[in-house]
Design a protein around this ligand. Structure first.
Ligand code: PMP
Length: 389
């Protein structure tokens, strides 16, 4: 190949950036997990323990053999199968919405929902702690975006009343992914109605955990299926599969099919993932007490850690977060836990908007009391000295 002197240096700036991140304790590394291991997992999002459930994984395997490993095309070309249609129908019915549209991930579902329900002369008002995928959606919407105080309906009200707009969209997570706290959905819905705004709720961490039998945070709030509310979900947490979906009024779903770029120009969800999510929904319907087990476990985990002197979030879903003194402490703490056979999540800036680093723990339904006691013991032994001060 013909070279130009110095061309090997075009990416030198990446090393400078990496050094800066290293100095700030923000280096990130991939740690592949083993297929079979004795590690106690408190880092994943498989809240109901369904990712490896034979009914779920078996459905995925059977679908791959029947339909192929991939979906072969975008949903509007060859990427829709009867599994996608059935999943959309079942998700909408289970969560109490008119219709649903399955995307290849929760991330692309959020991009599609935010961009198509805003734009142009609209205003978007968001909680400042919404998930990164919603933030990206707001950026792509190329419209007026106000990110207001966390879980504060008055701040939303103020932002809506001070904006000139033809239409408005309020965007929030139902369960915030870092601390696991809940959005005030009823108050937000009230504010939206007073200002003729639509409400978009990312229920990634609510589906399978909150509401009747795990029907989600909007079911819990009595707001599922309302004509001015749209929900997004991921299939990759409680349902143990992969993919995402938007749920809402039929005309919203039609609008997404025809205009959402992250739907139209993306390869459809793999049939195996659609089949797995369908099977997981079936399990959830037949075992409606699974969600309560998650909540019992997160409460037990948080109580015991707090009893050992840690600063712990008040869990309202599966997520329990434990504050770390510094990002470096958080990384070292998580690494020491891993050495002792307990895998915990480690959240540092920029994943945490408030700059506070944390261990992020998830309390799955299938953890035993003994698992939780072991986790608390290991986390306590591995903690940096000032974590409990
Ligand atoms: N929203 C929230 C609140 C999430 O936590 C996540 C996953 N981390 C997503 C959306 C994205 O979902 P997915 O992983 O299916 O792309």
């Amino acid at each position: 190949m013909q070279g130009v002197d110095g061309h090997e240096r075009v990416f030198d700036w990446l090393d400078t950036e990496a050094e800066k991140r290293a100095k700030a304790g923000l280096t990130r590394k991939l740690r592949p997990r083993a297929a079979a291991s004795d590690e106690l997992d408190l880092a994943g999002n498989d809240y109901l323990g369904l990712a490896r459930d034979k009914r779920v994984a078996g459905a995925a395997a059977a679908a791959a053999l029947r339909w192929g490993a991939g979906s072969t095309g975008s949903r509007l070309v060859t990427g829709s199968t009867e599994l996608h249609t059935e999943l959309e129908h079942e998700l909408a019915r289970f969560c109490g919405f008119q219709a649903a549209l399955v995307f290849s991930s929760g991330f692309t579902a959020n991009l599609g929902a935010v961009t198509t329900l805003s734009g142009g002369e609209s205003a978007i008002v968001t909680d400042k702690y919404i998930h990164a995928s919603l933030i990206e959606g707001c950026r792509l919407a190329r419209t007026d975006v106000a990110a207001v105080a966390h879980a504060d309906p008055d701040a939303v009200k103020h932002a809506l009343s001070t904006r000139r707009k033809d239409r408005a969209l309020v965007v929030t997570d139902s369960v915030f992914s870092v601390d696991g706290d809940l959005a005030p959905l009823n108050q937000l819905s009230q504010v939206c109605r007073e200002h003729n705004a639509a409400l978009l709720v990312d229920d990634a961490h609510g589906l399978g955990v909150l509401g009747e039998g795990g029907r989600g945070a909007l079911n819990a709030a009595g707001l599922a299926g309302e004509p001015d509310i749209v929900a997004t979900v991921t299939l990759s947490k409680s349902l143990g599969a992969q993919g995402g979906a938007v749920l809402g009024p039929r005309r919203v779903i039609k609008h997404l099919v025809e205009t959402a770029r992250s739907f139209i120009f993306d390869t459809g969800l793999a049939p195996a993932a659609a089949a797995a999510a369908l099977a997981a929904l079936g399990v959830l319907k037949s075992e409606p007490d699974l969600p309560q087990k998650v909540l019992n476990n997160s409460t037990r985990l948080a109580d015991h850690l707090r009893g050992n002197g840690f600063r712990v979030s008040e869990p309202q879903a599966a997520v329990v977060s434990v504050q770390a003194p510094t990002p470096e402490d958080a990384v070292e703490w998580a690494a020491r836990c891993a050495e002792q056979g307990v895998r915990v999540g480690c959240f540092r800036p920029p994943s945490v908007p408030d700059g506070i680093s944390r261990l992020r723990l998830t309390a799955r339904a299938d953890l035993t009391d003994g698992d939780i006691d072991t986790a608390v013991k290991v986390i306590s032994e591995c903690a940096p000295p000032s974590a409990t001060s």
